[in-house]
Design a protein around this ligand. Structure first.
Ligand code: GUN
Length: 282
């Protein structure tokens, strides 16, 4: 029987730990950590994420600012806002919700955020630090996956892990984190040949490609651990992951559901990064 990895429960535990840390900060007379979230345009999914981030900040006793910008805003105006937040004392973290409208260069925006406030861990400085094992901000979704694996005591030492997806936000940083944790990592992607051959050999399969029910039962070995990073909507509008959960879960030892798996962890790790940023100034 498979066991479900309950990301909702783990994220609630982490948020509770963070709340206590924040209380300690404020009880000692210091200001609470502050996070600024920026959203450009009307992407409905982005709106949900950003609202949820701001709401979580408030629930944990953090200061938060939400900047809602028109889709037509110029790159220059957005850069100006970031510059202001970079210099604002009570802001410890800046998050620009992606994707941005086409006329804005995402790389330029990410690079404009001060690395010390880049709680998303997307800045090249933080990604570079991750690669060489230096202390920086870790990208929240892969960081959340590592935390889930740790809290469920999933041994990574010498294990074969296949990551399907090579994005800068998930696949690439996750590959580095897993390697540091002594796993043997294979990163697969849309051009990978004989993908099933690779996933069938894996002790752990992590899928982050954004394709509904992409990982099927015949691609997974019995007893494997499966982590689903996908957030898609099926034909009836229901939320579903990149994994055919109903059938794959018959073979796994542990599996994350969608919703309630990796998703809630991303916000918890964002809060953790914001507190880390604050603590570095105390
Ligand atoms: N868009 C989808 N996921 C994320 C995330 O983790 N951070 C930001 N900034 N944008 C996103």
């Amino acid at each position: 029987m498979t066991k479900i990895i309950d990301g909702k429960k783990v994220s609630a535990d982490i948020k509770e730990e963070i709340k206590i840390e924040i209380e300690k900060i404020t009880e000692s007379g210091q200001r609470a950590p502050g996070l600024a979230v920026i959203i450009v345009g009307e992407n409905p999914a982005s709106k949900v994420y950003v609202n949820s981030k701001a709401k979580t900040c408030n629930a944990l006793g953090m200061y938060s600012e939400k900047h809602v910008l028109d889709a037509e805003i110029t790159e220059e105006e957005l850069l100006k806002l970031i510059e202001g937040l970079n210099n604002k004392e009570k802001i410890d973290g800046i998050l620009v919700q992606l994707p941005l409208p086409k006329h804005i260069d995402e790389d330029k925006i990410i690079e404009a955020i001060k690395p010390e406030k880049d709680v998303d861990g997307f800045h090249p400085i933080n990604l570079g630090k991750l690669v060489i094992g230096k202390n920086g901000f870790k990208s929240c979704t892969p960081y959340g996956i590592m935390e889930l694996l740790e809290r469920y005591e999933i041994d990574l030492n010498g294990k074969d892990v296949v990551v399907v997806g090579r994005s800068n936000i998930v696949g690439k940083p996750l590959g580095i984190m897993l390697t540091k944790a002594n796993a043997t990592v294979t990163i697969c992607h849309s051009r990978t040949k004989n993908l099933s051959e690779k996933t069938l050999n894996a002790d752990i399969v992590i899928v982050a490609i954004g394709r509904e029910k992409f990982l099927t039962e015949d691609m997974v070995k019995k007893g494997a651990v499966v982590i689903d990073v996908g957030i898609n909507r099926d034909a009836s509008g229901k939320l579903c992951g990149d994994v055919d959960y109903e059938n794959v879960s018959k073979k796994t030892s542990l599996i994350t559901p969608v919703p309630g798996g990796v998703g809630p962890m991303t916000i918890a790790m964002l809060m953790k990064n914001t507190v880390k940023s604050r603590m570095e100034k105390i």
